[in-house]
Design a protein around this ligand. Structure first.
Ligand SMILES: Nc1ncnc2c1ncn2[C@@H]1O[C@H](COP(=O)(O)OP(=O)(O)O)[C@@H](O)[C@H]1O
Ligand SMILES: [Mg+2]
Length: 154
């Protein structure tokens, strides 16, 4: 799906945020500056969470508190997957919170089988492409939500 402006990426995040449920995991992939963080901030808003964020371990994890919390990981700075395990990452992915993981490929082996993978690509200064691939029953369901959103925009 083509996202022509930052606002379009935010609108997509807002939409998907409203669809999320406990234990949902989003694996975000894409180079620096492709819009992953922009997307997650809008996701939090869509989930009805305030922008008040608790930041830990040099922002490897930002927690948005709420009835259904959002754990926003950015694992770019992790040395390897063991470090993710040591910080309790795998347990946090399975704690019931919605989890959004930037640079998720780094911790690929720790991801659950049910996951929505969102791959962001930079097309030009203002344009991004996002590709959604769902794994497992819930991942597939979320992939369909993304497809429905794309169709509704046409
Ligand atoms: N269509 C777009 N979608 C998202 N961000 C965009 C878009 N066009 C330009 N940008 C800009 O690109 C940057 C993306 O930054 P960020 O969300 O932090 O990316 P990442 O987390 O992937 O490194 C922001 O400065 C944003 O304003
Ligand atoms: Mg980022």
């Amino acid at each position: 799906m083509i996202l022509k402006t930052t606002a379009q990426t935010e609108a997509f995040g807002l939409y998907l945020g409203k669809k999320l449920k406990a234990y949902d995991v989003l694996a975000l992939v894409g180079d620096l500056g492709t819009g992953k963080t922009t997307f997650v901030k809008a996701l939090a808003k869509g989930m009805g969470l305030s922008s008040e964020v608790t930041s830990a371990t040099f922002a490897i994890l930002n927690i948005y508190e709420g009835e259904l919390p959002l754990y926003h990981f950015d694992v770019y700075r992790l040395k390897d997957e063991d470090e993710f395990f040591d910080m309790g990452g795998e347990d946090m992915l399975d704690s019931g919170a919605v989890c959004a993981v930037e640079w998720a490929d780094i911790i690929a082996d720790s991801l659950p089988e049910d996951v929505l993978r969102l791959e962001f690509t930079r097309i030009d200064e203002d344009t991004r492409d996002v590709r959604a691939t769902g794994f497992g029953p819930r991942g597939k369901e979320l992939e369909e939500e993304v497809a429905a959103y794309e169709n509704s925009r046409l």
